[in-house]
Design a protein around this ligand. Structure first.
Ligand code: NAD
Length: 417
């Protein structure tokens, strides 16, 4: 354990240590908070179409369950490592605590490129993985959800396999399920809707009129496209959008529905005819009010963070800003709405889905949106107050509150034996 802690300590979690220092935590409790409770490595052999056997590797990490069952996604990616899975599991512990939903943190991973497998092989792999980790899963133990490389179909296969193993239908073992198999309304737009609620609160605080905002969005997938639609509906001008093909810009505002149709036909936004093609770095430096990362991590780093002119950075993506970039953005007065708060709409509606699954009582859209707004508004104001009281950034404040809550839960339960 000592070496794992030293390893984790050295390699990552700078934000954890900054917050832990502010909380005055001692090394012994930091060790309890940082080292995962359990980690399982599994081998998943699958018979291929031509009768051969392909062996794939997976893992499941239960980081911390002091506040409730471990919650997190299943990542299926050729480069995913145990270290990354561990780090993502810890992030889930802090994210759930930051918005005060009664879950801990966990993460599953399968090291393979799902796009190379085909549906039948992917289903076999997911079912074998579920069987391998079934002892660790459960509505009261670890509840997985979709992440990079997995989707609602993968969740349906996991739920079905687990249900067969335990001998009864267990809807609460995963979230992000299809509607026909116990899924929840609003789940497919939960991240964007949550970020949208956070943005509205921030605008009110910063004295910014949503209708007068010029917005640039990196990523036009599930989250980015929905963010563009919601902000355009509010009257904001979406002046630039980027995807893997590059960025497109129009000073008077892009037409989002037309852009979405174009992306569907051509595969990218960058050659949209009713706009000018620009680079992603040009997009970052635009004179705008709001920059929304909604794609991959590390959009902003020490080389380009100084170019940001936006007043608000709305981190819908996970980890779009490096710690060095954080420093620069703070010096330049950018109001950063951190990922741990901004994209927590996903896990919050997952929590609602889990509750509905356990009760077999399904809520309507209005109820879910109202609850989501309540959870995120409260979290936003608590984090903002903490940042003002301690004179620290929003991200650090979110970590301080989250880590403090997990530590309190741990101490209240006590260390056994
Ligand atoms: P997605 O795969 O649907 O879309 C990603 C988009 O980003 C695509 O338009 C892609 O072209 C673009 N992109 C990828 N690399 C890029 C690059 N280098 N430069 C510019 N654009 C690039 O993914 P998503 O579900 O929309 O997720 C977006 C972000 O939101 C991710 O960081 C994800 O971790 C985070 N998030 C998603 C969920 C969820 O439930 N979907 C939950 C929490 C957080």
């Amino acid at each position: 354990m000592e070496s794992l802690y030293e390893n984790i300590k050295g390699a990552q979690h700078q934000r954890f240590f900054r917050a832990a220092e502010l909380l005055g935590l001692q090394d012994d409790i930091m060790k309890v908070l940082l080292v995962p409770e359990r980690q399982v490595l599994v081998k998943c052999p699958v018979v291929t179409e031509n009768g051969g056997i392909e062996v794939m590797e997976g893992s499941l990490v239960q980081h911390n369950t002091a506040r409730g069952p471990g919650k997190g996604g299943l990542r299926i990616h050729p480069d995913v490592t145990l270290e990354e899975t561990r780090s993502l599991a810890a992030l889930m512990t802090w994210k759930c605590a930051a918005v005060e939903i009664p879950f801990g943190g966990a993460k599953g991973s399968l090291r393979v490129d799902p796009s190379l497998l085909g549906t039948s092989m992917l289903q076999k792999l997911v079912r074998r993985y579920t069987a391998e980790v079934a002892n660790e899963l459960g509505p009261d133990k670890i509840v997985l959800a979709p992440d990079v490389g997995s989707d609602s179909s993968v969740m349906a296969w996991m739920m079905d396999t687990y249900s067969q193993i335990v001998g009864h239908t267990s809807l609460g073992v995963v979230t992000g399920k299809p509607m026909e198999a116990g899924g929840s309304k609003v789940r497919n737009r939960a991240v964007a809707r949550g970020a949208h609620f956070v943005f509205r609160e921030a605008c009110a605080l910063a004295g910014l009129e949503v209708e007068e905002s010029r917005v640039a969005i990196q990523g036009f997938g599930n989250v980015g496209k929905q963010m563009a639609e919601m902000l355009e509906n509010d009257g904001a001008k979406i002046v630039a959008v980027a995807d893997t093909g590059g960025a497109v810009y129009k000073e008077s505002g892009l037409n989002v529905p037309a852009l979405a149709r174009h992306k569907q036909e051509s595969g990218t936004v960058s050659d949209f005819p009713d706009g000018e093609r620009i680079s992603i770095n040009d997009m970052i430096a635009l004179d705008i009010e709001v920059l929304v990362p909604a794609a991959v991590g590390e959009l902003l780093h020490k080389e380009n963070a100084g170019k940001v002119r936006a007043k608000i950075l709305l981190e819908a993506a996970n980890a779009p800003t490096t710690p060095e970039a954080d420093e620069i953005l703070a010096q330049n007065g950018v109001f950063v709405l951190p990922d741990i708060l901004c994209n927590a709409g996903g896990v919050t509606v997952s929590y609602f889905e889990w509750v509905q699954s356990l009760q077999s009582f399904f809520w309507d859209e209005e109820t879910i949106e109202n609850y989501l707004e309540k959870v995120l508004r409260k979290a936003f104001h608590q984090i903002y107050k903490e940042s003002q009281d301690r004179n620290i950034r929003m991200r650090t404040a979110a970590y301080v509150l989250a880590i403090g809550r997990v530590e309190k839960a741990l101490r209240t339960r006590g260390i056994f034996p």
